[in-house]
Design a protein around this ligand. Structure first.
Ligand SMILES: CC(C)(COP(=O)(O)OP(=O)(O)OC[C@H]1O[C@@H](n2cnc3c(N)ncnc32)[C@H](O)[C@@H]1OP(=O)(O)O)[C@@H](O)C(=O)NCCC(=O)NCCS
Length: 173
């Protein structure tokens, strides 16, 4: 699988992939497919390449088709611009278990490390999502708390595990 940053030209495919994500892995995400389907294409373009440089999205391509993605959101405020939030991690069902998720994480973390002053990446993951939690732990993320009743699904409330990765040891001192 080939990993590269998404560009404006990928917006339609990115939208379609994320709508599949919200539909087929509904409990993994806070947004619903209906909510996101109502967003204009400009919303997806902004997620791919925020005009203020406060976001980036990466894609995993299999024989030219976009089959996986992950995104980072950055902060502009002086007191929080050392932090990034990792969001929207998804690999199409048929392409899982082939290293795409790990390759996307590695590329996202390389992006985070390359950003001046960025020292912490956080994410949230639905409790019980073993594939995602295992992947994040293997990338060095550690859980630091659990938010109870974080999302309401048709089967009831689900908690979210909050995880963090400190990018430089000196920053944690
Ligand atoms: C989480 C997800 C992105 C992983 O994608 P993937 O392409 O299968 O990931 P990889 O092939 O790189 O596998 C990553 C690791 O997870 C492991 N893994 C795969 N499925 C697993 C499972 N069901 N339980 C535990 N570990 C699992 C793999 O063995 C691999 O381990 P390794 O790094 O030691 O080799 C994918 O399962 C997915 O899209 N899930 C639905 C959406 C989702 O949950 N997103 C996360 C939102 S927070």
């Amino acid at each position: 699988m080939h990993i590269r940053p998404l560009t404006d030209a990928d917006a339609t495919d990115y939208r379609a992939l994320m709508l599949r994500a919200y539909t087929t892995a509904a409990d993994a995400f806070t947004s619903t497919a209906d909510e996101r389907a109502a967003e204009p294409l400009s919303y997806w373009v902004r997620r791919i390449a925020d005009p203020q440089g406060l976001g980036v999205a990466l894609g995993a391509f299999d024989r030219g088709a976009l089959v996986g993605t992950v995104a980072l959101e950055f902060n502009a405020k002086p007191k929080t611009r050392h932090k990034a939030l990792l969001i929207g991690m998804f690999v199409d069902d048929a392409c899982r278990g082939r290293g795409g998720g790990r390759a996307l994480m590695d590329a996202a973390l390389a992006c985070a490390r390359a950003r001046d002053g960025l020292t912490l990446v956080t994410l949230t993951v639905t409790q019980g999502n073993g594939a995602a939690i295992g992947l994040y732990q293997r990338c060095g993320f550690q859980p630091f708390g659990v938010e109870p009743m974080a999302i309401l699904t048709p089967e009831g409330y689900r908690s979210k595990v909050h995880m963090a990765l400190v990018l430089s040891a000196s920053a944690a001192a």
